[in-house]
Ligand binder design. Sequence first.
Ligand SMILES: Cc1ncc(COP(=O)(O)O)c(C=O)c1O
Length: 407
Amino acid sequence: MSYKKDFPIFKNNRKMVYLDSAATSQKPQVVIDAVNDFFSKYNSNVHRGIYTLSEKAEELYEGTRKKVAGLINAGGASEIIFTGNATEAINLAAFGYFKKFLKKDDIVVLSEMEHHSNVVPWLMLKKSLGIKIYYLPVNEDYRLDHLRLMEQKINFSKVKLISLTHASNVLGTVNPLEEIIPSLKKECTNAKILIDAAQSIPHIPVNVKKMNCDFLAFSSHKMFGPSGVGVLYARQELLEMTDPLFYGGHMIANVDKEKARFLPAPAKFEAGTGKLEGVAGLGAAIDYLNTRDIKVIQKYEHGLTKYTLSRLPKIKNVQLYGSRNFLNRLPVFSFNIGAIHPHDVSEILNRHGVCVRAGHHCAQVLMDACQTAGTVRASLSIYNTKDDVDKLITSIEDVKNVFRLTD
Ligand SMILES: Cc1ncc(COP(=O)(O)O)c(C=O)c1O
């Protein structure tokens, strides 16, 4: 199966080996066409346009909402809120819902492998409300040790939120949420569940019903769609209790000089004109994922992961931060080479056309747990091949030569 041909960037950059998909994915031609088509065929504002062109634009916009609901098995399109990205989606849950209901000494459970966007909003609420945060630790195999929560001497009824990433943007670990959530919920009966699916959604099935979650967040740009669009899913009754972050046009049922009444979700949360062309592109990205079949994608990527794990950690002086078991894992590989600074590694890999990311990956809690300031991260997607992995490996050998790191 060759996915690469679907992505025109590779025709225009024939020697490039793109290994930075955890930061943002490349876009298939069908997504580029959908954005282009929006501007060249349907461009007009949605909502309240009583003419054919605007109705068509609205059809695309609301059609994508239905596609998102289908993709994650939500109860309906009204449970899908378009935001700017996953970060904004988590902020909407944090400041629109949890800020209203959390009280001093309530406990929020996170994990050590969260991206900053699922740490910092809760730190802000800790500061303003006096809540407590407990971080589930990462074990020696770079997986969550969720049962450690049960050993804590805490009042479990005070745990009001468990907010976890589905997959780590650094370790590649996929958290077995279908096992973790029910196990934690046995004790933490008052806890709502928020899942950060930013990394998992282009790689593995995401099903809000199976996860039994209350909120779920992700970004379009990591799942082959355009940037500038994110999604917050929340159960309908929770959305009714959630306040918007932004106020203004489109969200309104009625306004007079003294007061405003809002429309129900999703409109209540989407003040102003949305990212219309981006949403059209997200719709095409979902169609692409559906035609390619996420289960087939998952199998292909398992092969890539297995192959990379058979080579990368075997290189002398390479320290891999991530499980060596290819199951329950994404093709995301964080590593260091001896004491060489990750930025230097990245710079030399770039000379070979290999694009990786270097630094703390917005996961400094995890960096502390791994006792490192940063790593090099090679993150693969469907358009990568074993040849790309080979190129990474030979380029790493060159990094070692440049720094005279002898075996
Ligand atoms: C696990 C995870 N959550 C959230 C985000 C934030 O996504 P965005 O920057 O699109 O808001 C990222 C981005 O890398 C991520 O990897």
